[in-house]
Design a protein around this ligand. Structure first.
Ligand code: SF4
Length: 567
């Protein structure tokens, strides 16, 4: 593996960060240039740290080229919502912004936040300002910094959920960049004058070598895919109270086709800490990655590669030395699913919660199905909160008994799909945004997976498997935003209409899958899956999951660590 950090030259992005004056660059000039809908090249890098990506509508590329126009540039805005918890007022404000400035859709990401797509440059500042007025923001939602901190959307265990949600917020606040640039550029904040010193105590001028992701899961539900994160915390509940966390390190999904120095990896669970230490340990691990991550080769820059290069023992010793915290032996825990619990649930404190299935995480009014309007009307009367889940769904949480009927009536009025009426495969599906906006997509994901599932459902129906839980995830490229390597059926775009298929992941997010076949079109996918699903229906063991079955029947070898993803 070519992963040598002694390579003298830092990558070009390191220089851009260093010269950016703490993420300012020439963003103000780029934003006010009326001659283009685009930003200057360096500013396209820097703006990610402010929570937005420049994109273009790829559906329109050919037509725009024919008309000798520049591509239709627009911006994705990703909001930072630790734990995915938003108030009804925030919901209504974001919904209104999606109508006024974006493409009318609300995209729920796999990291429990909203994305707005299709925002034009001239509307970017106003939109970000409006988001900040709701007491949400976008800083550090993208870029080489700690991203949105996830936590289990477990409202039916509400006291524990409330506590881990608070921890997610504390970690997020502590690791948020301190640069004044965000306020200067987006909120008309005061410019720092000559004598004032910019402070970025945790990150320094060059921030992190690469993005950094943190999640908390509350067993038995691994709905945050905790082991896919650079840093994961697994809540340990003892005598009904949150005692502390097991710590997992070195997870990450992305790899590059044809580059075996890159690989997906699930985190190693290295120890236990009491809950009071969760922020300190987060900081120590972030600092370790800041100082030891590969700044020459971005493809090998995530913490997973740093740990594999330097060794887990060295890593643990350094974390204990820097933080002064001893990692105690790992405590017992057990995950039973990665999925969400749909429909109505009631928590011990008497509140009701309703989890809405949102296919592909896209909340939209389309073809007479007015899902977006329905949730808007619910938000107008709701007195609790909304929780975005790591599976791209939304929980209408903390509904008092007195309000349940009114919310139920709105769900009925708009005929919001009950997840229980769908195949378990569809209920356990995830798709990344991909086309038309993502510049890295080789193939469709969110717009296509529902159609493919309809075809696979036919095979499942013929084999009486519709109600057997199987996870499926699709992404438009190998970067893994939809965590496809933790799906029992993973599909990753290689070219328009062509996908690699990966099999053998664990149902609880504790084992990666492995490449099974390459470059399949839709018929090819069905041809490959049909005999395996027939065999599964006929010869599976009691309660055996599909991912375990394909390994037992030797369709594929188990991936036991990132480093043997290819073997
Ligand atoms: Fe884009 Fe690839 Fe991420 Fe999908 S996985 S959103 S195609 S970068």
């Amino acid at each position: 593996m070519d992963n040598n950090i002694n390579t003298p030259k830092p990558s070009a992005l390191e220089t851009i960060k260093e010269n950016s004056n703490y993420l300012r660059g020439t963003l103000n000039e780029s934003l006010t240039d009326p001659l283009t809908g685009s930003l200057r090249a360096d500013d396209q890098v820097l703006i990610k740290f402010h929570g937005t990506y420049q994109q273009q509508d790829r559906d329109l590329d050919n037509e725009r080229r024919r008309q000798k126009l520049e591509p239709l540039y627009s911006f994705l805005i990703r909001i930072r919502i630790p734990g995915g918890v938003a108030t009804p007022e925030q919901w209504l404000a974001i919904d209104a912004l999606s109508e006024k400035y974006a493409d009318h859709n609300l995209k729920f990401t796999t990291r429990q936040t909203f994305q707005l797509h299709g925002v034009l440059k001239r509307n970017l500042k106003t939109t970000i300002k409006e988001i900040n007025k709701t007491l949400l923001d976008t800083i550090a939602a993208c870029g080489d910094v700690n991203r949105n901190v996830m936590c289990s959307a477990n409202p039916f265990e509400s006291s524990i959920h409330a506590e881990v949600a608070e921890d997610a917020k504390r970690i997020s606040a502590h690791l948020t960049p301190q640069t004044n640039a965000y306020h200067e550029i987006w909120l008309d904040g005061k410019l720092l004058e000559g004598g004032e010193k910019e402070e970025e105590p945790l990150y320094g001028k060059t921030y992190l070598p690469r993005k950094f992701k943190i999640a908390i899961a509350v067993p038995p539900r691994n709905d945050t895919d905790v082991l896919s994160n650079d840093l994961g915390f697994i809540a340990i509940v003892e005598k009904g109270k949150l005692a502390g966390y097991n710590v997992s390190v070195g997870g990450g999904m992305a790899y590059s086709f044809g580059n075996k120095s890159t690989y997906p990896r699930i985190g190693d669970v290295v120890g236990y800490i009491p809950k009071e230490k969760v922020v300190d340990v987060s900081e120590a691990i972030l600092i370790f990655q800041r100082d030891n991550g590969n700044r020459s080769e971005r493809k090998n820059a995530r913490l997973k590669y740093t740990i594999d290069r330097l060794g887990l023992d060295f890593f643990k010793a350094e974390i204990e030395r820097v933080s002064g915290i001893t990692l105690e032996p790992v405590r017992d825990y057990k995950f039973s699913t990665m999925g969400d619990k749909y429909g109505w649930t009631k928590s011990a404190d008497g509140f009701w919660h309703y989890t809405v299935f949102v296919e592909g995480g896209k909340l939209i009014d389309r073809d007479g199905y007015l899902a977006k309007t329905a949730i808007r009307e619910i938000a107008a009367i709701h007195t609790g909160t909304f929780i975005l889940t790591g599976n791209q769904n939304v929980v209408i949480a903390r509904i008092p008994e007195s309000q349940k009927q009114a919310i139920h009536a709105l769900l009925q009025k708009y005929q919001i799909v009950e997840a229980s009426s769908l195949s378990m495969l569809r209920q356990n599906s995830i798709a990344c945004a991909a086309l038309p906006y993502c510049g890295l997509a080789f193939a469709e994901a969110e717009r296509y997976l529902p159609t493919l599932i309809t075809r696979i459902d036919k095979v499942l129906e013929e084999n009486d498997l519709l109600q057997v839980p199987i996870s499926i995830r699709m992404t438009g490229c190998p970067n893994g935003c939809g965590r496809p390597y933790l799906a029992e059926i993973g599909l990753v775009g290689r070219a328009p209409g062509k996908y690699n298929i990966y099999l053998g992941a664990g149902f609880t997010g504790e084992r990666l899958n492995k490449l099974y076949k390459e470059m399949l079109n839709e018929d090819g996918i069905i041809e490959v899956l049909t005999p395996i699903l027939q065999d599964f229906a006929q010869t599976r063991l009691q309660d055996e999951h599909f991912g375990d079955f394909v390994i037992r029947k030797e369709y594929i070898k188990a991936t036991t660590a990132g480093l043997n993803f290819y073997e």
